[in-house]
Design a protein around this ligand. Structure first.
Ligand code: F0G
Length: 364
C-alpha cells in the first residue's frame, strides 16, 4: 500500500492472494492497474433497454497499455528465479512495457520488432527505457518464432504471453471490473491479437466466479482487424495487414485458449475493418474525451457494429442482451502511442493572424 493514500502500489499488492507470488517475490512495480472504468452513456444509448456501457481505460497504465499488468508479474517472478535479462517479440506495447520493468529491475532487455511496423511512440519507449532494439525483416509472428528458438537455447526470461506469468497478471483487470461494478458484466468486448488478453480476462472472471465474488461470467466478445483475423477465419494469415499495428498478427500464440474462452463463455469472435476502427477511434475521442490507440478502438468499432441489428451476426451475444445489463469494453492502449495514425487523417490547423479579429473570423 502507498503509505499516504492507502492506494495499492500495483496489481501484485492489490491482488496478492490471487497471484502466484510469495513473500520472497521481489515486487517490481510501477503502480500499474486500478485503471479508470469510464461510463459511456452515448454508447449505452445505442443499445437502450437501460443497459450501461463502460470503458476500461488501460491506456492509463504506467507505460500506456494493459501489458504492464502482466509485466509486473512476469518480471517480478523472473527476478525471483534469478534472471538477469529479458527478451520479447512485440508489435510495440509488450516491448515498451518489458523495457520499462526491466529498467526498474536493473535487468537487460532485448526486444524483437517487425521492421517498419511499430508505432513511433512505442519504439521511442523501448529506446528511452534502455532496451536493445532489434528490427526483424518479417512480421510479429516471425519475431515470436525467433524468441521461441532463443528460449530453448539461453537463460534469458521470455516475457511474451507464452510465459504464463503474464496472463496471471493480466487477469487482474477482470477482478477490478467486478470489484467496481459489484458483479461481472453481461458482455465483455476486447480487441484480439496474440490472444493472451482475452484468455487472461476469461481466467480472471472464472476465478472470481469460483470464489463467489461474481454471480456470473460474461460472454467474451473478441474483435480482430479484418486483414489480420486468423481466429475469425480459422486459418493462419501469412501476411496480416491492418493499420491497427498492435494487432497485426496472423498466428496468435494463445489461439486455442482464446477459442476455449469464446466457446465456454458463450461468446464470439468477429471482425472490424480499418475504416471502422479509425471511425470508432475518432468518435470515442470527440464524444467521450478518451484517446485510445487504433487497436483499442477495435472494441468500440465492434460494439458499434454489433449494436446495429442490421450489421451484427446472428451469433453475436448482443442480440440477447437482457435489460439493464452492463457491457464492458477494454481500451487496451493510449492513443498517444501512435500519433501518426491520427495526424495522417487530420486536416492542417486553421491559420490566423495574431489578433482577436482574425481568430474570431475563424470561429464565426
Ligand atoms: N491492443 C493493444 C494496444 C495491443 O498492444 C495488443 C497486443 C492487443 C490489443 C491484443 O492483445 O495480443 O493479448 O490479444 N499487443 C502485443 C504486443 C502483441 O506485442 O504489444 P492480445
Amino acid at each position: 500500500m502507498n503509505p499516504r493514500t492507502d492506494r495499492p502500489t500495483g496489481v501484485i499488492d492489490r491482488y496478492r492472494n490471487l497471484l502466484p507470488v510469495t513473500e520472497a517475490t521481489p515486487v517490481i512495480t510501477l503502480g500499474e492497474g486500478s485503471t479508470p472504468l469510464i461510463e459511456s452513456r452515448k454508447l449505452g444509448a445505442l443499445v437502450g433497454k437501460g443497459c450501461r456501457v463502460f470503458l476500461k481505460f488501460e491506456g492509463a497504465n504506467p507505460t500506456g497499455s494493459f501489458k504492464d499488468r502482466g509485466m509486473t508479474l512476469a518480471v517480478s517472478l523472473a527476478a525471483q528465479r534469478g534472471a538477469k535479462s529479458l527478451i520479447c517479440a512485440s508489435t510495440g506495447n509488450t516491448s515498451a512495457s518489458a523495457a520499462a520493468y526491466a529498467a526498474r529491475a536493473s535487468m537487460r532487455c532485448a526486444v524483437l520488432l517487425p521492421s517498419g511496423k511499430i508505432a513511433a511512440g512505442k519504439i521511442a519507449q523501448a529506446f528511452i527505457y534502455g532496451a536493445t532494439v532489434i528490427a526483424i525483416d518479417g512480421n510479429f509472428d516471425t519475431c515470436l518464432n525467433v524468441v521461441r528458438e532463443l528460449q530453448q537455447e539461453s537463460t534469458v526470461a521470455v516475457v511474451n504471453s507464452i510465459n504464463p506469468d503474464r496472463l496471471e497478471g493480466q487477469k487482474t483487470a477482470a477482478f477490478e471490473i467486478v470489484d467496481e461494478l459489484g458483479d461481472a458484466p453481461a458482455i465483455h468486448i476486447l480487441p484480439v491479437g496474440n490472444a493472451g488478453n482475452i484468455t487472461a480476462y476469461w481466467k480472471g472472471y472464472q476465478e472470481y466466479r469460483k470464489l463467489n465474488r461474481t454471480s456470473r461470467t460474461p460472454h467474451m466478445l473478441g474483435f480482430q482487424a479484418a486483414g489480420a483475423a486468423p481466429i475469425f477465419f480459422d486459418r493462419v494469415v501469412a501476411s496480416p495487414e491492418t493499420a491497427a499495428s498492435a494487432i497485426r498478427i496472423g498466428n496468435p500464440a494463445s489461439w486455442g485458449l482464446a477459442k476455449a474462452a469464446i466457446t465456454e463463455s458463450g461468446g464470439a469472435i468477429d471482425i472490424v475493418t480499418d475504416d471502422q476502427i479509425f471511425a470508432a477511434q475518432s468518435w470515442l475521442a470527440a464524444n467521450e474525451g478518451v484517446f485510445a490507440e487504433p487497436a483499442s478502438a477495435a472494441s468500440v468499432a465492434g460494439f458499434i457494429k454489433c449494436a446495429d441489428p442490421a450489421r451484427r451476426s446472428a451469433s453475436c451475444p448482443l442480440t440477447q442482451l437482457p435489460e439493464e445489463s452492463n457491457v464492458v469494453l477494454t481500451l487496451t492502449g493510449h492513443g498517444l502511442k501512435d500519433v501518426a495514425a491520427v495526424l495522417d487523417r487530420s486536416p492542417a490547423p486553421l491559420k490566423a493572424e495574431a489578433n482577436k479579429e482574425s481568430v474570431l473570423r475563424l470561429l464565426s
